[in-house]
Write a protein that binds this ligand. Structure first.
Ligand code: SF4
Ligand code: SF4
Length: 150
């Protein structure tokens, strides 16, 4: 009973960024006598992104505190050290930097209310191995979002 009510793909890292309809988790699946039901047979359908907005990235890079965003190599140290992310998994500085770099403006809009949760404590910048200053990048993202009136 409790198994059934569990969210599909609940075990996937950063699951909250995948829309429910893109996750296929078979209730009953056997392949060559091997039981692949449930999590063993999970399939995540690719998402299609048709709109890219690289001006957003340029604007953030031109912001005095966002200028090192290009150095990010997506290690996730910032998110691991962030007290806000610990409380709220939808707040993820590593992911926000990724979507800005890729130009996923619509995805950024989707998470805009979370982006403003940053408390500017600077812990992420202390642990960033690439000198990105993710705390500064968060400030820059907020400034640009306000400029776009998002
Ligand atoms: S500055 Fe913002 S993103 Fe960085 S650790 Fe603090 S709350 Fe998290
Ligand atoms: S710690 Fe630095 S390099 Fe690693 S994901 Fe965060 S911003 Fe990028």
């Amino acid at each position: 009973m409790s198994k059934k009510s569990k969210k599909k793909g609940a075990f996937i890292i950063e699951r909250e960024y995948i829309d429910d309809q893109r996750i296929i988790e078979p209730e009953h699946l056997k392949l060559e006598e091997v039981d692949m039901s449930g999590r063993w047979g999970v399939l995540v359908l690719p998402r299609t992104i048709e709109e890219f907005n690289h001006s957003l990235y340029e604007e953030i890079k031109n912001h005095p505190r966002g200028r090192n965003i290009h150095k990010c190599w997506q290690c996730g140290n910032c998110t691991a050290a962030c007290p806000v992310a610990e409380e709220n998994p939808l707040f993820n500085p590593r992911y926000f930097i990724h979507i800005v770099k890729m130009g996923y403006k619509l995805e950024l809009e989707k998470f805009k209310d979370y982006i403003y949760l940053c408390g500017s404590c600077g812990r992420c910048s202390e642990v960033c191995p690439k000198g990105v200053d993710p705390s500064g990048v968060m400030e820059a993202i907020g400034t640009v979002l306000r400029r776009y009136k998002l």
